[in-house]
Design a binder for this molecule. Structure first.
Ligand SMILES: Cc1cc2nc3c(=O)[nH]c(=O)nc-3n(C[C@H](O)[C@H](O)[C@H](O)COP(=O)(O)O)c2cc1C
Length: 370
């Protein structure tokens, strides 16, 4: 008899009582209406993961304010009453199918590829991003512009935006919010040495670089009481797969220590598998350091559809939960497949081309079904 996979074990933390350890990782699908309102098709999309057995769903990155935060055209927002009503339909569909759902709140900063509010990009410092925009998320002719350095007023706009969006998330019925401080977007631009050259209390030391993220978590908690707030972090970025925190484990201890007031920490491996990005020179994994320093539940990410790797991460106590992105797109019923011993469909990037939206994925699906 084969032994059940450890990811199928239940896991409880705070107000969550998860049926298993499989989490749908946040995935931007640029499928909202032009004004950022989620659609009924998005409700179906998210519901499919809940029906497929996932223990928890984290949404795509949602923009929190109607100024500088939007990263992509057709990205959903959590700003207006229409946004809240659209998300309520999504949340209800997921809850009906038995899974909790967390809203990921994302400020794109310098990496915006489209902003319907027609403003310039802002960032910790006026440093042009490296790398190239992603055409399947909307082209940026000439590449990303050099952002404007954030002023004190911008800091208030950003913090207030995250708090207002968290209030809207709670109104829409979400079970919590996740602050996106990973993958090269605004909050990660603060953490990263080459995009943050500030000399005030938000630049320089690692303590200063993580200050804005920690401040946002605290501001949400002050306003929303016990509403769950997680944080997503990463060393790699959508525009830089090789970046590592310069101080390695020492930096990690400062970063995770500053976020010990969050309800969970989620460590992403953008563009790479966990196994390639997670080990520090000391041999410790980034997620184990996070657990030790913050004492919070930890979500590991990066190639977790590889069941051997997933079992190693859980059995080795490197994390409590596993988030799956590409593997979930290919297998919205991944937990059911694992339980039944059914082989997985291999992810095909063609489903995100020419645009990474649900319409192109639907066309691709029909094509491959013929
Ligand atoms: C289509 C797509 C969209 C993504 N959008 C987001 C996003 O909105 N927020 C985020 O934190 N990560 C995003 N990611 C990164 C994934 O959450 C994940 O970290 C990465 O794909 C590695 O995990 P995997 O090996 O399971 O695919 C996206 C990934 C994909 C494939």
């Amino acid at each position: 008899m084969t032994k059940a996979h450890p990811a199928l074990d239940a896991f409880a933390f705070g107000r969550f009582d998860l049926r298993n350890r499989f989490v749908v990782a946040p995935m931007t699908r640029i499928s909202a209406r032009a004004d950022g309102t989620p659609t009924p098709r998005m409700a179906e999309y998210y519901r499919e993961f809940a029906v497929g057995g996932f223990g928890l769903i984290i949404t795509e990155g949602i923009y929190p304010d109607a100024r500088h935060s939007q990263g992509y055209l057709n990205q959903p927002g959590l700003v207006t009453d229409e946004h809240v009503a659209g998300w309520r339909t999504v949340v209800d569909a997921v809850h009906d199918a038995g899974a909790p759902i967390i809203a990921q709140l994302m400020h794109a900063g310098a990496l915006s590829q489209g902003n319907s509010y027609g403003v310039e990009t802002i960032a910790p410092s006026a440093v042009a991003p490296i790398g190239k925009p992603l055409p399947e998320y909307g082209d940026v002719p000439g590449g990303w512009p050099t952002p404007r350095e954030m002023t004190a007023a911008d800091f208030d706009e950003v913090v207030d935006g995250f708090v207002a969006a968290a209030l809207n998330a709670r109104s829409a019925g979400f079970d919590g919010v996740e602050i996106h401080a990973a993958n090269g977007y605004l909050l990660d631009q603060f953490i990263t040495d080459y995009t943050n050259t500030r000399t005030d209390s938000y630049g320089g030391t690692v303590e200063n670089r993580i200050r804005l993220t920690a401040r946002i978590v605290a501001a949400i908690q002050d306003t929303l009481g016990g509403f769950p707030v997680g944080v997503r972090l990463s060393q790699t970025k959508v525009n830089d797969f090789v970046y590592r925190w310069p101080g390695a484990e020492a930096d990690a201890k400062v970063i995770f220590g500053a976020l010990a007031h969050a309800d969970y920490l989620h460590v992403a491996s953008e563009g790479r598998d966990f196994i390639e990005t997670a080990r520090f020179p000391s041999g410790q994994t980034i997620t184990a350091v996070a657990a030790e320093v913050a004492g919070r539940p930890i979500i590991a990410n990066g190639g977790m559809h590889d069941l051997a790797q997933a079992a190693d991460v859980l059995n080795g106590k490197h994390a409590d939960l596993l988030s799956v992105a590409r593997g979930a797109l290919a297998n919205p019923d991944l937990p059911h497949r694992v339980a039944a011993g059914v082989a997985q469909t291999v992810f095909d990037h063609a489903m995100l081309m020419p645009m990474a939206n649900l319409e192109c994925a639907d066309l691709w699906r029909r094509g491959t079904a013929q």
